[in-house]
Design a protein around this ligand. Structure first.
Ligand SMILES: O=P(O)(O)O[C@@H]1C[C@H](O)[C@@H](CO)O1
Ligand SMILES: Nc1nc2[nH]cnc2c(=O)[nH]1
Length: 315
């Protein structure tokens, strides 16, 4: 018995667009800006006007977000004063560590591109590798360090979706200087303290383990400022689709990088010498902590993203 040929990605995307066209009112159907909400950051859509939420389960090609702090829906709406800017947000994203294929992780970005999105604002929760980037800092990403991209887990592996796409995508200027500029201008408009917003380099790791101390030290020494388990696949595909991209990483925790390893040898010797050492318990990171910071900083992230959208020149 022969099997039907697998559906092409383009026909899958076309069917998703058809469904959206039947659900959305015409003023929301052509979003200009796309937003990806990171862990605990789905509040970024809380102030959309005329909001319509579309569950991923009603859109073929979409996966389901299985991580706490990620909703499985797109939100369409208007942002800003007057007529408002039409936008679309992923209220939750897909991560490779959940078991999603990278093609599923980036599928919503391809859909956004075909809805007309020209500017993409990607957010995430990330661990800080730099004492000068404390918890709560919003890091405007300048560049990435993507070990999976370099070692065989690149989201652009495989046949090109369109013959017009470059086979070898240059990624040296992925993070739009003009959008990054708007982030700092928006922060000024909102009177945020200068320490609220910083700049740095995002390291993408597959997760789901948080970093061992040696891994954290390795990434820091390699030049990364923050580390997370998402974002880079979405950025690469958005670039392939011709979008302007910016990334805002919210620092939710420090990566544990002790200056000195606890030495069991020294501890035992000290006990034998009758002078036991008092060793503090090592810290550890939890997703609950990550979500708590997302909740605490959700309001300021929302105001910042809204202001950036208002400042993007209309086409
Ligand atoms: O989706 P993001 O990158 O914001 O989520 C981060 C990375 C992991 O998914 C999770 C770890 O706590 O938060
Ligand atoms: N890999 C990684 N991802 C995170 N997401 C939020 N915090 C962290 C972290 O410390 N490490």
């Amino acid at each position: 018995m022969s099997h039907p040929p697998p559906e092409s990605p383009l026909s899958l995307i076309a069917s998703t667009l058809d469904v959206l066209a039947t659900i959305l009112p015409s003023h929301l159907l052509k979003p200009q800006v796309g937003i990806v909400c990171g862990s605990g950051l789905s509040t970024l859509a809380s102030t959309f006007r005329d909001k319509v939420e579309v569950p991923y389960s009603s859109l073929r090609g979409f996966g389901s977000s299985t991580v706490p702090g990620h909703k499985s829906a797109l939100a369409f709406g208007l942002v800003g004063p007057g007529k408002g800017v039409p936008v679309v947000a992923m209220l939750g994203r897909f991560h490779a560590y959940e078991g999603h294929a990278l093609s599923t992780v980036v599928y919503p970005i391809r859909v956004m591109a075909r809805l007309g999105v020209k500017n993409l604002i990607v957010t995430n929760a990330a661990g800080s590798l730099n004492p000068e980037l404390p918890v709560g800092t919003i890091v405007v990403i300048q560049d990435h360090l993507a070990l999976p991209n370099l070692t065989g887990l690149n989201p652009l592996l495989g046949p090109l979706l369109s013959p017009s796409y470059p086979r070898f995508l240059p990624i040296s200027s992925a993070y739009s200087p003009s959008l990054r500029r708007l982030a700092f201008i928006a922060s000024h408009h909102l009177s945020l303290p200068p320490s609220a917003l910083s700049e740095g380099i995002y390291a993408w790791v597959s997760g789901p383990t948080y970093e061992s101390p040696a891994e954290g030290r390795f990434l820091r020494n390699a030049g990364a400022s923050v580390v997370g388990m998402s974002t880079v696949p979405e950025v690469c595909v958005a670039k392939e689709e011709g979008m302007e991209v910016m990334v805002l990483s919210l620092v939710t925790n420090f990566v544990v990088i002790p200056e000195k390893y606890r030495s069991i040898k020294e501890e035992v010797q000290a006990e034998l010498d009758g002078k036991p050492l008092h060793i503090a318990e090592a810290e550890s990171v939890s997703h609950e902590e990550v979500l708590a910071i997302g909740k605490e900083k959700g309001e300021v992230m929302t105001r910042l993203v809204e202001k950036i959208i208002e400042l993007i020149p209309s086409p």
